[in-house]
Ligand binder design. Structure first.
Ligand code: PSU
Ligand code: MN
Length: 304
């Protein structure tokens, strides 16, 4: 297994010396945002993680290896190639690796690679989930099953706003995944800070979250979802953003887009419909998640 994994010297040093590490995904870079904002966002995420005393480990697939910890040039490459980079979920890994292709890791494969490397915490924007209309399409993200398999905590701003939130929460319960709200009783709604859907538990400090994680993993349990609301100054009006999302979904249905084409199309259409505000909010919430993930990683190291 280790022959497919290449850990950067910096991340290796952090692992050996038990320093806090935060893993970061690369699909958000290649497929989630336009160039050059995506590269700027990815570099800034690493900067934020460092400013809280943790080591960033951005993950991608390059030349037949899962790289844990990228150079600035590699981040630039992934960002510039954009949608040419293969969005790599669990079922795509062996193909992308054996063909020596360029792959961006989703939450699923970032959790998988983190778990192989011994990293416990990752940050992202939003996770995949159960799609609206899944009772007909069966479209349920592999991210949800990964939480049942890899012992990694994921800090996100909620579930992608284009999904069916109640169904996603039901699915996570089935998989035994605690959904923790950071300083909130409600699951944040990605672009806006609150929704009417309750989280399982509310915890108010990174230390309390770190204690829960230690207990969870001492018991041999796997993934944990930590939902961190977008900061108030970047939170969008839920009615306006929902209108934009509904409109984008209708346009997408007309085009009959499926699978990997859906998220980039929806994100771009929502960005256009909100005059760029959704992209600014998306970037702000990712930074906020990098901060919390770093604080949790540091607390976890103290109690380990
Ligand atoms: N949310 C976003 N942008 C993204 C994603 C989520 O706002 O690019 C990516 C993440 O990498 C997530 C993946 O793991 O989409 C889920 O894709 P799917 O629904 O196809 O499993
Ligand atoms: Mn899907």
């Amino acid at each position: 297994m280790k022959r497919y994994l290449e850990i950067s010297p910096e991340v290796q040093d952090a692992l050996l010396n038990n320093k806090p590490i935060v893993a970061l995904e690369s699909t958000i870079i290649a497929h989630g945002m336009p160039y050059p904002e995506n590269v700027e966002m990815a570099k800034q995420c690493e900067q934020i993680v460092r400013s809280y005393g943790a080591t960033p480990a951005t993950i991608a697939i390059i030349g037949g290896k899962i790289k844990v910890g990228l150079t600035e040039d590699q981040i630039e490459l992934i960002g510039k190639k954009g949608k040419e980079v293969i969005k790599t979920s669990r079922r795509d890994l062996s193909y992308v690796l054996s063909q020596g292709l360029l792959g961006a890791t989703t939450v699923t494969t970032t959790m998988f690679a983190s778990s192989l490397a011994g990293i416990k915490i990752m940050a992202t924007g939003g996770i995949g989930g159960v799609h609206r209309g899944a009772e007909l399409t069966f479209d349920i993200s592999a991210d949800l099953d990964e939480f049942g398999m890899s012992g990694v905590a994921v800090v996100c701003a909620g579930i992608k706003a284009i999904l069916d939130i109640p169904k996603t929460l039901e699915y996570l319960e089935t998989k035994g995944v605690p959904v923790i709200g950071y300083q909130t009783k409600y699951l944040p709604y990605f672009y806006s800070a609150s929704s009417e859907h309750l989280v399982d538990y509310t915890l108010n400090t990174p230390e309390e979250i770190a204690c829960l994680l230690k207990t969870h993993w001492d018991l041999g349990l796997k993934g944990v979802l930590i939902a961190n609301p977008i900061p108030a100054e970047h939170s969008m009006d839920p009615v306006l953003i929902n209108q934009a999302i509904d409109k984008a979904i209708k346009e997408m249905e007309k085009l009959n887009l499926r699978g990997k084409e859906q998220t980039p199309y929806l994100l771009k259409t929502v960005k256009d419909l909100t005059a760029g505000k959704s992209l600014a909010s998306n970037i702000a919430l990712v930074y906020n998640n990098c901060k919390l993930a770093s604080q949790i990683a540091a607390s976890y190291d103290n109690i380990k």
